[in-house]
Design a protein around this ligand. Structure first.
Ligand code: FES
Length: 67
Protein backbone atom coordinates (compact mmCIF):
# COMPACT_ATOMS: atom_id res chain seq x y z
CA UNK A 1 0.00 0.00 0.00
CA UNK A 2 1.29 3.44 -0.85
CA UNK A 3 1.78 5.59 2.23
CA UNK A 4 3.59 8.53 0.72
CA UNK A 5 2.02 9.38 -2.62
CA UNK A 6 4.38 12.28 -3.30
CA UNK A 7 7.42 10.01 -3.18
CA UNK A 8 5.85 6.65 -4.05
CA UNK A 9 6.81 5.05 -0.73
CA UNK A 10 5.01 1.92 0.42
CA UNK A 11 4.41 0.45 3.86
CA UNK A 12 6.74 -2.43 2.94
CA UNK A 13 9.57 0.02 2.37
CA UNK A 14 8.90 1.62 5.75
CA UNK A 15 8.90 -1.78 7.50
CA UNK A 16 12.11 -2.70 5.72
CA UNK A 17 13.72 0.54 6.91
CA UNK A 18 12.57 -0.24 10.46
CA UNK A 19 14.32 -3.61 10.25
CA UNK A 20 17.48 -1.76 9.29
CA UNK A 21 17.24 0.28 12.50
CA UNK A 22 15.23 3.35 11.52
CA UNK A 23 13.18 4.27 14.58
CA UNK A 24 11.90 7.79 14.05
CA UNK A 25 10.30 9.90 11.36
CA UNK A 26 13.37 12.08 10.84
CA UNK A 27 15.52 9.08 10.03
CA UNK A 28 12.75 7.68 7.85
CA UNK A 29 12.61 10.94 5.91
CA UNK A 30 16.36 10.87 5.40
CA UNK A 31 16.31 7.21 4.39
CA UNK A 32 13.30 7.14 2.07
CA UNK A 33 12.04 10.68 1.57
CA UNK A 34 8.78 10.02 3.40
CA UNK A 35 7.00 13.23 4.46
CA UNK A 36 9.51 15.39 2.63
CA UNK A 37 7.01 17.07 0.32
CA UNK A 38 3.42 17.80 1.40
CA UNK A 39 3.80 15.98 4.75
CA UNK A 40 0.28 14.53 4.79
CA UNK A 41 1.70 11.01 5.11
CA UNK A 42 3.62 11.71 8.32
CA UNK A 43 1.04 10.32 10.77
CA UNK A 44 0.50 7.12 8.80
CA UNK A 45 4.23 6.64 8.29
CA UNK A 46 4.83 7.13 12.02
CA UNK A 47 2.12 4.58 12.86
CA UNK A 48 3.61 1.98 10.53
CA UNK A 49 7.08 2.66 11.90
CA UNK A 50 5.83 2.28 15.48
CA UNK A 51 4.04 -0.93 14.59
CA UNK A 52 7.13 -2.31 12.86
CA UNK A 53 9.24 -1.46 15.88
CA UNK A 54 6.77 -3.12 18.24
CA UNK A 55 5.62 0.09 19.85
CA UNK A 56 1.97 0.60 20.64
CA UNK A 57 0.49 3.86 21.82
CA UNK A 58 -3.10 2.68 21.78
CA UNK A 59 -5.15 1.59 24.77
CA UNK A 60 -3.42 -0.99 26.91
CA UNK A 61 -5.08 -3.79 28.82
CA UNK A 62 -4.54 -3.95 32.54
CA UNK A 63 -3.84 -7.51 33.53
CA UNK A 64 -3.60 -7.88 37.30
CA UNK A 65 -0.89 -10.17 38.54
CA UNK A 66 -2.04 -13.39 40.17
CA UNK A 67 0.29 -13.00 43.16
S1 FES B 1 2.25 12.14 0.71
FE1 FES B 1 4.20 12.00 1.65
S2 FES B 1 5.08 13.94 1.36
FE2 FES B 1 3.18 14.06 0.36
Amino acid sequence: MFVCICNSITDKQIRKAAKKGVDNLYELRDELGVASSCGSCADMAQSILDDANGECFGPRLYVPSSA
